[in-house]
Structures are given as C-alpha cells and as structure tokens.
Write a protein that binds this ligand. Structure first.
Ligand code: HEM
Length: 264
C-alpha cells in the first residue's frame, strides 16, 4: 500500500524522487500489451463458430487439452480465465491512477483537450471511458466463464448468449474492448517509440491508419461472431432445446453406424 502512495506522490518517504511511477507505468504497458494480444487470439478462437459448429467444438476441446485428458478438462479453462482476471484487475488498478480524481480535475482536463483539438488527447478520453466501462463488463464475463468453463461449446455458448441474455453485455463489451485495445496498442507504440523512424509525424499517421484497420477488422469479425451465436441460440430456444449439448458430426456418424449394424 505504501508503494501505491509513493507512486501517487512521486516521492519516497525521505523526499527523494521515486522510480515507482515509472515502474508502475511499465507494468501497465506490459499488462496492456499482453491483454491486447490475448484479445486477438480470443477473437480468432471464438470466431471458429463462423466456420462450423464442429470446428468450434474441436477448438473448445483442444483448449481443454483433450490430447492429454480424455474428453478434455474444463478446469484448465477456469485456471486460464483466473490468470487473465488477475492481469485484467492489475491493469485496471494501474489505469485508475490516470483518471481525474474529482469533477474539478475532469473539467480542467476537458477544457485543455478542447483547446488543443489534438486527436491523441481525444483518444485518451475514449481510452479512459472504455476502460472504466470494461471494469464492470469484463468482470462479469470473466467471472461467468471462470465458473462455467464446462459450459463452453456451440450450443452451451449460444444458450448463454441468447437465452441467458449475455448478448446486450457482449455488444457493449465488444465495442469497448475493440476501441480500448487498438487505441492502447497505438499509444504503446507512441509512448515507447516503437517503429519511430526519421519522421515521427509520418509514423503517427501510418500507425493511426493501421489502428483504424484493426478496429474495423475486429469489430466486423466480433459482430459476425456474436450474430452467429445469437442465431444458434434463437434456433435452440425455438426448438425447445435450450440446455442441449452439441454432439460432433464424427460421433453422430459413428453412432448411426452402430445402430444400423444392430438393426441389420
Ligand atoms: C479481457 C478479457 C476478455 C474480454 C474483454 C472478452 C470479451 C468477449 C466478448 C466481447 C465476447 C463476445 C463474442 C463476440 O462478440 O465476438 C466474448 C465471448 C467469449 N469469451 Fe471472452 N473476453 C475476455 C476473456 C475471456 C477468457 C479468459 C475466456 C476463456 C478462458 C473467454 C471465453 C469466451 C467464450 C467461450 C466466448 C463465447 C461466448 C460464451 O461462451 O459466452 N473470454 N468475450
């Protein structure tokens, strides 16, 4: 705790300049980079439903290490979600240091931002707002996944999205995470001077273009994915099959062959 106070004041107990704010900044960048890269992987994996239900099923089983444990072990997914949760909370706690502490501070910042009319300063506000929103939205999602890891799959996930009303939360979370993640990566590049060439102004321009392309790509992919889960969820509900678990095609064919063998 005293470390946090030291980081806040920027001075050690004996009045010397503290290195802690810089260390905390570094940790915030590192956790942010990890979470942004994790989200890319997460979105690609979740979008497996766009290929087929069977493919999403295979991906789920692979992540449950079905190559080691017969039928997969969902506990591994719970552990992964718990680790992500800790990193997520650490990143959010460090981010809180940067938020205005009261309305007066907020007004001063807003007035400065308006005066400057600077794109990157506007982005900072989007970053702060989406980060704050994700504190709630992300926590709900992570807790549910952590405690229901056995219920991930083409039908189980679709039921959660549609019949258990997760879709409104996912719409907001998707918007928040895609803006926050790509703006965050852009800011990391600018802050730590990655890709800085001879002309930093030009570099910023190009980085902004890449940032927008990534935001659009992941938003389109995310909404298409969400629509696919909603559609399956609706179909399951209309057929009165909420709670059913998916049987992969290979197993259906195998069972059919066994049955036919018995009849013949
Ligand atoms: C920072 C953390 C996370 C964020 C911001 C996040 C965000 C999201 C969003 C927005 C969706 C909706 C899908 C879409 O619209 O394309 C989603 C779905 C999903 N996420 Fe995450 N996620 C996070 C962490 C995790 C973790 C750690 C896991 C598993 C270990 C996970 C597993 C899933 C699954 C299985 C779905 C499919 C729908 C469902 O089963 O409920 N997520 N996530």
């Amino acid at each position: 705790m005293s470390d946090l106070i030291e980081g806040y004041l920027g001075k050690t107990v004996d009045g010397k300049k503290s290195r802690l704010p810089a260390k905390l900044d570094y940790l915030q960048s590192a956790t942010g980079l990890f979470l942004a890269l994790f989200m890319w992987a997460h979105m690609i994996l979740v979008s497996s439903i766009l290929v087929s239900k069977d493919f999403m099923y295979q991906v789920t089983k692979l992540l449950e290490a079905s190559f080691i444990f017969e039928g997969g072990n969902p506990l591994l997914v719970s552990i992964a979600a718990a680790v992500i949760f800790v990193i997520f909370i650490t990143h959010a706690a460090l981010g809180m240091r940067k938020l205005p502490g009261n309305f007066k501070q907020y007004q001063v910042m807003k007035a400065h931002a308006k005066n400057m009319g600077h794109d990157d300063t506007k982005m900072w506000f989007i970053q702060a707002f989406t980060g704050f929103a994700m504190f709630f939205l992300g926590s709900v999602h992570l807790y549910i996944i952590m405690t229901n890891s056995a219920d991930i799959g083409p039908y189980a996930s679709s039921d959660r999205v549609w019949s258990e009303w997760m879709w409104p939360l996912y719409i907001l979370l998707l918007l928040a995470v895609e803006f926050h993640g790509t703006i965050g990566l852009y800011r990391l590049c600018v802050k730590w001077g990655w890709f800085d060439g001879n002309n930093p102004r030009e570099t910023r321009k190009s980085l902004k273009k890449v940032k927008w392309a990534l935001t659009v790509f992941f938003l389109v992919l995310g909404f298409a994915t969400l629509a696919a889960y909603m559609k399956i969820g609706m179909e399951q509900a209309a057929a009165g099959k909420v709670g059913e678990r998916y049987t992969p095609q290979a197993k259906v064919i195998q069972l059919d062959t066994v049955k036919k063998g018995r009849i013949a």
